[in-house]
Design a protein around this ligand. Structure first.
Ligand SMILES: [Zn+2]
Length: 66
């Protein structure tokens, strides 16, 4: 047997520990070129620009939005 907890952690204690572990929504910013809302550090899915430089043209198949 591996290491086991000595005592059961109560619901209150477990909840208190998890109080800070919620996932926050992504940091959003505006595109320099078309002013649309997008997650920061990502190429714009609307116009294909990143930091006012064109990365890909929009008639090409779109790079998957991540
Ligand atoms: Zn854009």
């Amino acid at each position: 047997m591996g290491a086991l907890p000595k005592k059961k952690i109560s619901k209150r204690r477990r909840g208190n520990r998890r109080a800070h572990s919620a996932i926050n929504s992504r940091q959003m910013s505006r595109c320099d070129n078309c002013n649309s809302l997008l997650p920061s550090h990502r190429t714009c899915p609307v116009c294909g620009h990143y930091r006012s430089k064109e990365i890909y043209e929009m008639d090409q198949p779109k790079v998957k939005f991540r």
